[in-house]
Design a protein around this ligand. Structure first.
Ligand code: EZ4
Ligand code: CO
Length: 454
């Protein structure tokens, strides 16, 4: 590697690298004093440098945070998504003020090195804000690598293991018949797997349904502002209602359609074990997120009492959050959010760990992470051996105009674009027309007024 290929002038570099550069030939190549290896020529292409990192916050339908990484090659850039619902501006500030200055001049091809540097470099590592920022960078770098190689990202991950990613959508309603109609509708669209949620009688606002808390009822709702709504949750009515929903769905729809239910981390260990047992006769594809992420060890209790397949992980932020559940085979599906666990680089490691213990993937795929994360999901899904299922959304037209290229739904499967990179992009001019709007996820309380996990 010729020393004149690195950014800045050589004397300045030697000054920064100091004595180590003189003493150690390997360090003199630029690995000392926090410097990454300088950009190198690969496969006949000249060295590449990051020249700019732009952070774009836009609200085409809902808030999204995008990271656009520019390079020294004219026209070559990558776009990543760094959206964290309800804390968008914290991530944008982290990227703009703390991360961007560290990236300028680096080699965008060195994805793992940049990942490690941004994860372990700040000492205060992890957490959803930093891991979402890291995702934005990671996805933009994979996008650049794919574009430079002239290949869709899944090819760089080892190529296809399947034609498409089996997809699931959401069905919900205020009563069992409404949910049944929505499951039928999804099946008519081609879905083989459907998540079913129902409003719980007596509770105001139920996760996953359109039932909204009403002003003046039970739980105090926020005034009509952009502050969070308050929902009411009680485990008793929930535990009694949901098994009846699935009895209804099986009796009306038969055994063939695969059904999922999301508990959204709301139960205690014994409640969760009883719930999984009560749902056993209805043969769920999986039961999602029974417990708060703090209480992973309680999955042992659930496992001892039920054969309902279990999925967990959308609130996890690191590989190590996944280790115990996977190695003890306490879950059947690991469903990290690629947007909050550091992107493709970390997802591949989670998937490989899961493969070794017969756990499949079911990456989180909600509307509140942008098209680049959905594309990343599918690139990983179709290139690993232990893919399970993929949660998906249909983005509204306005989102697709500003952030084009989301994976497409076809005959029950997600299909990724065959263009080089992730396949997603950003219309920066159009994005400006949709400025950020403050928005929060709802919160929840119990009947006695105490805080409940939403
Ligand atoms: O509630 O992403 O499985 N899907 C989910 C999501 C989450 C939202 C929260 O921001 O649990 O709908
Ligand atoms: Co969920």
């Amino acid at each position: 590697m010729p020393s004149d290929a690195r950014p800045g002038n050589r004397r300045e570099f030697l000054k920064r690298a100091g004595i180590a550069a003189l003493a150690q030939p390997i360090l003199a190549r630029g690995t000392a004093w926090g410097e990454a290896a300088p950009p190198a020529a690969i496969a006949g292409l000249p060295p590449l440098k990051i020249t700019d990192v732009r952070v774009i916050v836009t609200c085409p339908g809902r808030n999204y945070v995008l990271v656009k990484i520019m390079t020294s090659e004219p026209g070559l850039y990558g776009v990543g998504d760094a959206t964290l619902n309800g804390r968008e501006l914290a991530v944008a500030t982290d990227l703009e003020k703390h991360i961007a200055p560290l990236l300028i001049g680096r080699d965008p091809e060195a994805i793992e090195d940049i990942w490690q540097y941004l994860y372990r470099g700040p000492y205060w590592r992890g957490g959803p804000i930093q891991m979402t920022a890291l995702t934005g960078v990671d996805l933009a770098l994979w996008d650049i690598k794919g574009k430079r190689a002239g290949m869709p990202v899944y090819q760089l991950l080892g190529g296809r293991t399947r034609v498409g990613a089996l997809a699931y959508t959401h069905a919900s309603g205020n009563d069992f018949t409404e949910v049944e109609d929505q499951v039928r509708h999804a099946m008519e669209r081609g879905f083989q797997v459907v998540r079913a949620q129902v409003a719980i009688p007596g509770l105001q606002g139920t996760y996953g349904t359109s039932a909204k808390p009403k002003l003046g009822e039970a739980a105090p709702n926020s005034p009509a502002t952009d502050l969070p709504a308050t929902e009411l949750f009680e485990p008793g009515p929930y535990l009694r209602t949901v098994p009846k929903l699935f009895a209804h769905l099986r009796s009306k729809l038969g055994d063939e359609v695969e059904l999922i239910h999301d508990t959204h981390e709301r139960l205690g260990p014994v409640e969760a074990a009883r719930f999984a047992k009560d749902l056993e006769p209805y043969h769920l594809f999986f039961l999602e997120d029974l417990l708060r992420p703090e209480y992973k060890e309680s999955f042992r209790l659930i496992r001892q009492h039920s054969t309902t397949p279990l999925a967990m992980g959308e609130l996890f932020n690191t590989l190590w959050d996944c280790v115990d559940l996977i190695k003890e085979q306490l879950i059947d599906f690991i469903r990290c959010d690629l947007g909050h666990i550091g992107g493709i680089t970390n997802a591949r490691k989670v998937a490989a760990l899961a493969e070794a213990f017969q756990v499949k993937t079911a990456w989180h795929g909600p509307a509140d992470v942008g098209p680049a994360v959905h594309a990343a999901n599918v690139h990983v899904d179709i290139s690993i051996p232990n893919f399970g299922v993929q949660e998906m959304v249909f983005f509204p037209d306005v989102t697709q105009e500003v952030i084009p290229g989301a994976p497409e739904f076809k005959d029950g499967y997600m299909i990724v674009r065959e263009t080089p990179g992730l396949g997603t992009d950003l219309n920066e001019e159009l994005a400006k027309k949709y400025p950020y709007q403050r928005a929060y996820l709802p919160t929840a309380r119990r009947r006695d007024g105490s805080v409940q996990d939403w």
